[in-house]
Design a protein around this ligand. Structure first.
Ligand code: ADP
Ligand code: MG
Length: 628
């Protein structure tokens, strides 16, 4: 076949293959256009999951009659001047409307502020109809019928009405979070109506919009993030560690107001939470990154959901640092949420408070959480049913005896032999100074695992096992990050064959890797020789480790993975090394534990995100007994 130029319609259909994947992509493009036009109200209607009908109406600037033809012509846009590096609008490629018009029946009716009347243009499977007068208010209505009628192959890939209409809801919600001052409605015979009244573009307004979209459970269980580094601003909210989901779908990220699905951001969130969440749980996050448009490339893929940062290390560092810092102060929050739930559970007539059987020590805590009114989110109850309940090391059952490692860690709390009479005396008369500390003075140990302490105005209950586990973990991590990690020599160096770029990248980072106990060097073209591995990893698959590291460096230009991996090892060891529950403690030991908790950031939650202590205000207790 001779070479020939493709027809305009063919070119548009090829573009549509990338831009218009399913009905939700059409909705995304049309809503973005409405937002770029400065709309304050956007109404979306769908039928048949969007395959029969999608109609988006806005009150934005409108399109002048004489420009209607251009709007549906390929490579025509009003948004790009001549600098591809300075993109401030959601659209810029000038290909959404012609792409849609090449695979569906599209009509655009529009009126500008200065126009005396509206006009309309149509395009069906690439065939354009003449512009004709129409009746409409200021703004634009774009109607798309029979999506993919012109490309039946694509139509076959659609998932069914329900899946498509829910994908559309997701798109609208995702984008609505970034535009709180715009009112959105999404309706149609194929769905229940979603209405998002306008709030405003203040931190409160943004949070109110988030609550409209995600339910008000989230703000109740979220911590604010606000950090700035080298001209990059990060704002938003992340869930506290006791509030998680089974997948990462509830992680919303925006770059300069554009919803993105970015590996680097997702990885940074995972890294930031690695300390406080089991691997199969995911935080809920809404994060807004703002940075100079010239330092981020959004022209990566036609769907515009991918971005490339000029300085990925900076962005990752900012996200990880800001979230970790916020989490460090959030232990207290977990404790207060727990306390609120507990008070609710205690109240007469509250949710069933099932018998806390001997093998189910934290049942009461779960009952408390359920009673606190948590709705669709799965925290306490979910943990109970998860096969992996990471901390379920057999509360109330026989516990492993202290082994060498744990013994060392626990020595820190030992205060030597003590006459039991002294211990009792210590309990009877708590020192005034101790009462003023955040976790107060220990008064008793009950059920061999709970320390009951007293401050001036509250009662504190500490789960000694969970608390100790956290302290061991923090101690291990400190050792890990403050000096070089111990490594073990391999008997024979292991040669790992890699693409040359990967080998080069690893060699460039060899000094850094050595700090983590991984000793490697170049071994001719396309290979590295590994001589030492971190002892903590034990028998490890060196080939896999090195390849993962190469990928990680290529993706993020950081070596966070190894660090996180080591952190996780530390967490596992801490989990197995903590045998404090079931052990009777002396008053001094209990107080030492409390003081150490106060001094350790992040000790308010255990490694799995559950609180390590609960504080009940005296005032609340008095209220329970009808004294107030
Ligand atoms: P892009 O958004 O990348 O510019 P589109 O094909 O989506 O490309 O739209 C082409 C042009 O049509 C836009 O640049 C804009 O000028 C105009 N347009 C599209 N939708 C609207 C709308 N809802 N309101 C006003 N103008 C619009
Ligand atoms: Mg567009």
């Amino acid at each position: 076949m001779p070479i020939r130029q493709l027809s305009e319609t063919m070119i548009n259909q090829i573009a549509a293959g990338e831009v218009i994947e399913r009905p939700a992509s059409v909705v995304k493009e049309l809503v973005e256009n409405a937002l770029d036009a400065g709309a304050s109200r956007i109404e979306v209607v769908t039928a048949g999951g969007g395959l029969n009908l999608i109609r988006v109406t806005d009150d934005g600037s409108g399109i002048a009659e004489r420009e209607l033809g251009l709007a549906i012509a390929r490579h025509c846009t009003s948004k790009l001047s001549d600098n591809i590096h300075d993109i401030r609008s959601l659209g810029f490629r000038g290909e959404a409307l012609p792409s849609i018009g090449s695979v569906a029946r599209l009509s655009i009716r529009s009126r500008t502020a200065s126009g005396d009347s509206a006009a309309e243009i149509g395009i069906e499977g690439g065939r354009v109809s003449a512009v004709k007068p129409a009746a409409a208010n200021r703004g634009t209505t774009v109607e798309v019928r029979d999506l993919f009628f012109a490309t039946p192959a694509r139509l076959k890939f659609m998932k069914g009405e329900r899946a498509e209409s829910s994908a559309t809801s997701d798109v609208v919600k995702r984008i609505a979070i970034a535009f709180p001052a715009v009112r959105f409605t999404l309706a149609g015979p194929d769905r229940s109506t979603l209405e998002l009244p306008a709030t405003n573009d203040t931190p409160e307004g943004r949070l109110a919009r988030v609550a409209q979209v995600m339910g008000k459970d989230f703000p109740d269980n979220a911590i604010a993030i606000d950090a700035m580094r080298d001209g990059v601003h990060l704002a938003g909210h992340v869930s506290i560690p006791s509030y998680t989901r089974a997948n990462a779908l509830q992680q919303y990220a925006y770059v300069n107001g554009r919803p993105v699905r970015d590996k680097l951001i997702a990885g940074a969130i995972r890294g930031a939470f690695a300390d406080v969440l089991p691997r199969d749980r995911h935080a809920v996050t809404v994060l807004f990154l703002s940075l100079d448009p010239s330092t981020v490339d959004v022209n990566v893929h036609p769907a515009k959901a991918d971005v490339r940062f000029r300085d990925p290390g900076l962005v990752r560092g900012l996200i990880v640092g800001a979230i970790r810092e916020a989490l460090a102060g959030a232990g207290i929050r977990a404790a207060t949420t727990g306390a609120a739930g507990m008070m609710a559970a205690f109240r007469p007539g509250a949710a069933p408070y099932s018998h806390p059987g001997p093998a189910n020590g934290h049942r009461s805590y779960e009952a408390a959480y359920r009673a606190s009114g948590s709705s669709g989110f799965d925290r306490g109850s979910d943990l109970a049913h998860s096969p992996q309940r990471p901390l379920d090391m057999g509360y109330g059952e026989a516990r492993p005896r202290a082994n060498g490692f744990a013994e060392n860690e626990q020595a820190a709390f030992d205060t030597g032999p003590l006459a039991s009479a002294d211990a009792r005396a210590g309990m009877a008369e708590p020192a005034e100074a101790l009462l003023g500390m955040a976790l107060g003075a220990a008064r008793a140990q009950v059920h061999e695992n709970y320390i009951v302490a007293q401050t001036r105005d509250s009662l504190v209950i500490v789960d000694q096992h969970a608390a100790h586990e956290r302290l061991v973990y923090e101690a291990l991590k400190n050792a890990l990050h403050s000096r070089a990690v111990p490594s073990q020599m391999l008997l024979l160096p292991e040669i790992v064959d890699l693409p040359e770029e990967d080998a080069e990248r690893l060699a460039m980072h060899s000094e850094m890797l050595a700090k983590f106990g991984l000793g490697l060097e170049r071994f001719g073209p396309g290979a590295v020789a590994v001589r030492e591995t971190p002892s903590m990893l034990g028998e490890t698959n060196v080939q896999q480790l090195v390849r993962d590291l190469a990928d990680e460096i290529a993706d993020n230009d950081t070596i966070e993975t190894l660090k996180e991996r080591l952190d996780r090892i530390a967490a596992t060891m801490a989990c197995h090394g903590s045998v404090r529950s079931g052990r009777l403690l002396k008053a001094e030991e209990m107080n030492a534990l409390l003081r150490q908790m106060e001094a350790t950031p992040g000790s308010g939650t255990c490694n799995h995100g559950r609180p390590t202590y609960i504080e009940l205000k005296l005032a609340d207790i008095e209220r329970l007994f009808g004294r107030r």
